[in-house]
Design a protein around this ligand. Structure first.
Ligand code: ADP
Length: 499
């Protein structure tokens, strides 16, 4: 089995502890992907020392030149797309069609960052005074700690690191322990593309040690975290205490609402993709399906039929619709929620079990599961499961559907299927989520738009698009007074008379 290293101090190095953890294929746990460093706080210390040097060099590199590096990273990702998609499927399970999309999102993010090197706009605005200019511009901040989850092993790290780097920061990257191989290849590509080596540091290991060491390190003023709400709370508490700049992207409990007038074929296709894509392990997964009275029975029975025909299996095999869950604790969590749902009085209409059969015994598979007769307020309807479990709820009118959508602690994404433009516009206005889709499922974010949610999904920041560049840069304001006189703002106006 191959043994991998960290990338610290501009070199591939073993962890100081000399210890490693194993990474296995969730579709077949007898398949070992590799051994990865079980790093500790000591490795993080070394990474910070090096990243500080990298930062000094990189911040002095003109932004368009930093953008050129981002573009070359994108080019290399294009070249290696198929290889990365395959190794990503092997270590996290989702089908190749999806892992290719994951890499593509990284490519799109790289090219966006490349072009942003020639923008990074500030503002030049009129001054209150004569012969005075006022402007704002952006400065890099320092070393950024990048802590990422398993479900988008390429897309999420690139969403965070490419804007951070384009703004002139250095990064310390800790990939999720279930997907270290994709993280390794990403850093390999970044270095090959010409990123100065000390600008990027890769420290593998588990969250409670390496992740916590990054969050607690006084030399890292910026933390970007995507993961569970529970871990996000711990990260947030520490960052609050240490006055760190923090971007949190956490859970969701996203609903799709199908109205009586909807195109049911389209809604059916959408919910299958939204609920069971990535085996339901997306923060934007459709985990609640709200169906209006008149079309409820028809859509539900067609959905159950279709769901039964989804093919579970190894994501690298042709014909697989749904891959495994990421690990045993994910399976345990899904099983727990199936029990909770049943004890709350909801009905399992399909799935609800670990499947038997050839090719499925050695992996963390779980049948796509649909619960009927779910009522608003049940734990099944309120809590994030992060697995292939869909709760179906009947509703009467728009007010009721929107109230159910909004009555959860999360607010990432929502979806409405209707042909009524008034309902669609009301959805845009009234649904308390960071993203609303009309006639499309709750998933499908594009790299050049802001991504994020309200309430306990996040802490007000956005990834993606133009807004993320604000997170990774500090706004500075410059005033240039060329009047040759003392001009006192708010005291004396431009005519020289008291305000
Ligand atoms: P998920 O359930 O999606 O894996 P987690 O929140 O457990 O979400 O993990 C997301 C990322 O956070 C992973 O890289 C993980 O190693 C890291 N992590 C876990 N615990 C901590 C912690 N206490 N401090 C910092 N990072 C952590």
């Amino acid at each position: 089995m191959k043994t991998f290293k960290n990338f610290i101090g501009g070199d591939w190095v073993p962890p100081i502890s000399g210890e490693y953890f194993e990474n296995r294929n969730p579709a077949d746990v007898s398949d070992e992907v590799g051994r990865f460093p079980l790093s500790t706080a000591n490795d993080v210390d070394r990474a910070v020392e090096s990243a500080k040097r990298g930062f000094e060099l990189w911040r002095a590199t003109p932004a368009p030149a930093r953008g050129d590096v981002m573009r070359r990273i994108g080019d290399l990702m294009v070249k290696r797309k198929e290889e990365i998609a395959d190794l990503m499927s092997r270590e996290m399970g989702k089908p190749l069609t999806e892992t290719r999309g994951d890499v593509q999102e990284g490519i799109d993010t790289a090219y966006y960052a490349g072009s942003e090197g020639r923008r990074l706009f500030g503002h030049t605005v009129p001054s209150e005074m004569k012969n005075k200019w006022a402007m704002s511009f952006r400065r890099p901040i320092g070393v950024c700690g990048i802590i990422t989850p398993f479900n988008f092993p390429m897309a999420i790290p690139t969403w965070k690191m490419f804007p951070a780097l384009l703004c002139g920061n250095a990064c310390i990257f800790k990939p999720a322990e279930d997907v270290p191989h994709t993280g390794h290849v990403l850093v390999e590509i970044m270095v090959e593309a010409g990123l100065p080596p000390e600008v990027i540091q890769l420290v593998h290991g588990v969250g409670e040690s390496v992740g916590a060491a990054i969050v607690n390190h006084p030399g890292i003023p910026v933390i970007s975290f995507t993961g569970s709400t529970e871990t996000g709370r711990i990260v947030g508490e520490t960052c609050g205490r240490m006055h760190k700049r923090l971007s949190l992207e956490m859970g969701g409990k996203n609903a799709m609402m199908v109205f009586n007038d909807a195109d049911l074929d389209l809604a059916l296709e959408g919910v299958l993709w939204g609920a069971f894509g990535t085996t339901g392990q997306r923060c934007t997964a459709t985990s609640r399906l709200l169906i209006q009275d008149r079309v409820h029975d028809e859509l539900l029975s067609r959905l159950v039929e279709k769901t039964k025909s989804l093919k579970l299996g190894d994501g690298r095999k042709k014909g697989t619709d749904v891959g495994p869950l990421i690990n045993q604790s994910a399976v345990d969590k899904v099983e727990k929620y199936v029990d909770i749902g049943q004890s709350e009085g909801a009905d399992v209409l399909t799935g609800g079990r670990r499947p038997q059969g050839k090719g499925l015994d050695n992996g963390y598979f779980f049948e796509p599961t649909i619960f009927g007769r779910v009522r608003a307020g049940m734990r099944l309807e309120q809590e994030e499961i992060f697995g292939p479990v869909l709760s179906v709820i009947r509703f009467r009118d728009t007010d009721e559907a929107f109230a159910i959508n909004n009555d959860v602690k999360y607010g990432l994404s929502s979806s409405v299927y209707t042909r009524d433009v008034n309902v669609a516009m009301r959805a845009m206005n009234e649904l308390d989520t960071g993203i609303t889709y009309i006639n499309a499922p709750t998933i499908g974010a594009e790299a050049h738009l802001p991504f994020g949610g309200v309430k306990q999904t996040g802490n007000g920041h956005r990834e993606g698009g133009w807004e993320v560049y604000e997170f990774y840069s500090e706004t500075k304001v410059g005033y240039l007074d060329f009047s040759g006189a003392l001009q006192r703002a708010q005291i004396v106006n431009y005519l020289g008379t008291p305000d």
